[in-house]
Design a protein around this ligand. Structure first.
Ligand SMILES: Cc1ncc(COP(=O)(O)O)c(C=O)c1O
Length: 478
């Protein structure tokens, strides 16, 4: 029974069943690539420019989600491509157990100067570069544990994360994550040292009649309760996405939530780790989404928009004074991957930062995000099956409901999100629908994360195509 449930969740979450039905272009058995879905046929992407990707059949797709909130500056940005080429001409790779490199130093310096700061810190940050978001969070967990070790607080062995979160696909990051569809199959392998509290998601978790203040107190208060339950000096850190991404569909925190989280972490000596793999690097209208919350975390993990899709790049930023605890203690971080601080990847990251600086495009995201929100509201706020429109900047979520009066979701068995993904592809649109919004199985949303270079015309094209894809998919199950 459990196995059947797991299989169903996998099918509906990853869309195998629906992709098979999709008329894709490559032949099924001729590919020796181990694709994400083995019984699906994917179109072959052959070129990408601006906000469009083209396949080998000549079909164009409007990129409405940057893939998975990756392509922040769109495709084919010559400045970034040139920076990578120049770095490759000079030096592609020098192992970081022997050398540092100019692009890594430049990017770390830029992130340090731009990182969140307040009166209580000297403001500096050190950055450990990796190749993606999972590695970034995995690295953050180990770094946090080593910081506790340097302090002599070796009894600290647990992390606290949130239900309905996503922090990556490795064993530790899945242990931290709360996304049932990706955890179920691997549950026996996962660490039990990652406890969960509720997400800060009022649309689904605020009780009827509960005031905003009471909801804020309850959602943040679960952290304190969990820390106390685990016992004195047992917790290393708390990890949360600033704006919840793929699993919930662009849910910003309620005002004051992270201030309260910071207070609780400080009270118990727990490190506050903020996952900005999706929400960071300008996606929400500020370079760091946490800057909107007025608190400084202890660590920030980054990926996706950091390299903009031009190179695989992730990072852990840690407050300088915490890095110094390791520097003045053991001296070395007991961790490493071959491609840590890859020079060509860091060159891409530094070039992305230069584009941000020279164009002021992140300020534009804040403004254009409001235009997109208004257009989405105009198109969908009276839609009989859209229960919530949410998000920040160019990070937007649309939650689908069966019944707008009660917000009852569609049953997970329909796989609505994956039907929308397929219908959108048919329309020539890349967006990011996901099922399981309510409880890991039921409920569906569509996440949008367009490139920052979008114009209002692109927004209109996105909304038209998405509207047709949603209506067609719902018609198929109602
Ligand atoms: C918030 C968040 N953290 C971590 C990850 C993992 O990143 P990656 O897929 O690059 O390993 C993701 C990926 O979607 C994410 O959204």
């Amino acid at each position: 029974m459990v196995a059947v449930a797991v299989k169903l969740r996998l099918l509906y979450s990853y869309g195998a069943k629906f992709l098979i039905a999709n008329k894709m272009t490559n032949k099924s058995n001729s590919s020796r690539v181990f694709h994400r879905t083995l019984n699906a046929l994917f179109p072959q992407a052959v070129s990408a420019k601006g906000v469009y990707i083209s396949d080998s059949a000549g079909k164009q797709y409007l990129d409405g989600s940057g893939g998975a909130a990756v392509s922040c500056l769109g495709h084919g940005n010559q400045q970034i491509i040139d920076a990578i080429k120049q770095q490759l001409d000079k030096m592609a790779f020098a192992h970081t157990s022997f050398f540092t490199s100019e692009p890594a130093e430049e990017l770390a310096e830029k992130l340090s100067q731009k990182g969140p700061r307040d009166k209580t810190t000297n403001g500096a940050w050190r950055t450990y570069f990796v190749s993606g978001g999972s590695e970034a969070n995995e690295t953050a967990f180990k770094m946090a544990r080593q910081i506790m070790f340097e302090r002599g607080e070796t009894s600290r062995s647990h992390f606290i994360a949130r239900q309905q979160s996503y922090h990556g696909g490795t064993i530790a990051t899945m242990s931290a994550g709360g996304r049932a569809a990706s955890r179920d199959l691997y549950e026996p392998l996962l660490s039990t040292n990652f406890e969960k509290i509720m997400p800060c998601f009022p649309f689904r978790w605020q009780k009827s009649g509960e005031s905003d203040e009471a909801f804020l107190a309850r959602s943040s208060g679960e952290l304190e309760t969990m820390i106390e339950k685990l016992g004195d000096r047992r917790v290393i850190g708390f990890i949360a996405e600033t704006v919840s991404g793929a699993t919930l569909g662009a849910v910003p925190p309620v005002k004051g939530y992270f201030k309260e989280i910071r207070r609780i972490c400080d009270k118990y000596g727990v490190l506050m780790i903020i996952d900005e793999v999706m929400a960071g690097m300008g996606r929400c209208g500020k370079l760091f989404a946490i800057d909107e919350e007025g608190v400084v975390p202890d660590m920030i993990t980054l990926a996706k928009g950091l390299g903009g899709g031009y190179q695989p790049l992730g990072a852990v930023m840690v407050r300088e004074e915490l890095a110094q605890e390791i520097e003045q203690g053991s001296g070395a971080f007991v961790h490493g991957h071959t491609y840590v601080g890859h020079a060509a990847a860091c060159a891409a990251g530094a070039a992305v930062q230069r584009v941000f600086e020279e164009t002021g495009i992140i300020d534009e995201v804040a403004v254009k995000g409001e235009i997109l929100a208004a257009k989405l509201a105009q198109a969908f706020s009276d839609h009989p099956h859209i229960g919530d429109l949410r998000g920040r900047g160019f990070f937007r979520g649309i939650e689908l409901v069966k019944d707008r009066e009660t917000n009852e979701p569609f049953d997970g068995k329909h796989g609505l999100a994956m039907k929308i993904k397929k219908a959108a592809m048919d329309e020539g649109l890349i967006c990011y629908p996901m099922g399981g919004t309510v409880d890991g199985f039921n409920g569906d949303h569509v996440m949008l994360a367009p490139p920052f270079i979008y114009t209002p015309d692109h927004m209109d094209e996105l909304i038209e195509k998405l509207g047709r894809a949603i209506d067609k998919s719902i018609a198929g199950i109602c």
